[in-house]
Design a protein around this ligand. Structure first.
Ligand code: NAP
Length: 311
């Protein structure tokens, strides 16, 4: 089976592409420029020219594939529409990448008791309604016989990258302080990148048409994340920020998200797909793992003579 992956040069898509290749799948990746073509070729992924805003290129890319995994954007309505139309009536599987960000509650650092399941009926806050409606449209395509699936990754971490942790790390490095919103008791689900890639492979091979999966292996509050960042960067402690301070430091949209709860139950992925996440816990990765290697203080050791070193 040849699977087209959009966003294959990105954080999620690249990991998914490598996981599929390892499992013996043929993979093509959408590349919107020459850099993308070279990046994919170097990674052993067959590039296909195309861009989310170029519907013709998307249709052509889908034509040459047996399945489509869309990881480029959770919010690009026009490309989702094009891709859904392109797979309609063909029997080609389509996996949409959404995110558990749809459960954002603007809690400002306060905790929430609700743990969301995929099927509990939900009304998102207005800014996330468009993303949620793309989930619903994707799911509903199964009602007319298409094999569509929605995956909602939670806060992804690993390999020193992703979206949310680097935002916090950048701001902390720049300002010399690691902040959390208010009391920092808001909790977010999280998932290690390799475990997420496993979930995509399992979904491609086993997910029933019309299914939706929330993908989190664990959860953590943002005060503990901020404290881990403080430890990583050698600050005395993390500090509480008012809503205004947090928005000024991170930007209003990230601050709203990172002050929110997004707690999910992923039992469905475990039981239906056999998903067994095994990655290192987020806080370990931050303090001792890839984030320390990439973001932490560097100590250089130069050996000047046997038994002597300048550190
Ligand atoms: N990271 C997380 O924790 C997380 C969790 C849940 C959901 N999500 C969502 O998942 C999506 C992907 O996340 P990511 O972390 O993988 O992002 P990323 O690293 O920025 O990757 C985005 C990918 O999409 C491609 N792309 C973007 N716009 C495009 C366009 N107009 N035409 C063609 N390709 C385009 C990029 O190509 P180029 O290389 O050419 O730029 C890149 O390959 C985002 O919508 C994000 O909000 C992320």
């Amino acid at each position: 089976m040849k699977t087209l992956i959009t966003g294959a040069t990105g954080y999620i898509g690249r990991a998914v592409a490598q996981r599929l290749l390892t499992a013996g799948h043929d993979v093509t990746g959408l590349a919107r420029n020459e850099l993308g073509v070279r990046t994919l070729t170097t990674a052993g992924i067959e590039p296909v020219h195309g861009a989310l805003d170029d519907a013709d290129s998307l249709r052509a890319a889908v034509e040459g594939a047996d399945a489509v995994i869309d990881t480029a954007s959770a919010d690009h309505a026009a490309s989702t529409t094009t891709l859904l139309k392109a797979v309609a009536g063909t029997g080609k599987r389509f996996i949409r990448t959404s995110g558990t960000g749809i459960y954002t509650d603007l809690a400002g650092g306060e905790p929430a008791g609700i743990v969301h399941t995929e099927d509990d009926g939900y009304t998102p806050i207005p800014p996330l309604a468009p993303r949620y409606s793309l989930d619903v449209r994707t799911q509903e395509a199964a009602l007319t016989g298409d094999h569509t699936v929605v995956l909602r990754p939670s806060m992804i971490y690993g390999y020193g990258g992703s979206e949310q942790l680097p935002i916090l790390l950048h701001a902390s490095l720049r300002d010399g302080v690691s902040r959390y919103a208010g009391r920092g008791l808001n909790r977010y689900g999280n998932v290690y990148l390799d475990d997420l890639a496993d979930a995509y492979l399992l979904a491609l091979e086993h997910a029933p048409a019309g299914s939706v999966y929330n993908l989190a292996a664990d959860e953590c509050d943002f005060r503990r994340i901020a404290e881990a960042i403080a430890e990583l960067l050698g600050f005395e402690d993390a500090v509480s920020a008012t809503a205004e301070e947090y928005a000024r430091a991170l930007g209003p949209v990230p601050a709203a998200g990172l002050g929110s709860n997004s707690r999910v139950d992923s039992a469905k992925a475990r039981t239906e797909l056999g998903w067994t996440p095994q990655g290192p816990p987020l806080l370990d990765e931050l303090v001792h793992g890839s984030y320390r290697r990439i973001w932490g203080p560097k100590s250089v050791t130069i050996t000047v003579a046997p038994g002597q070193a300048i550190v």
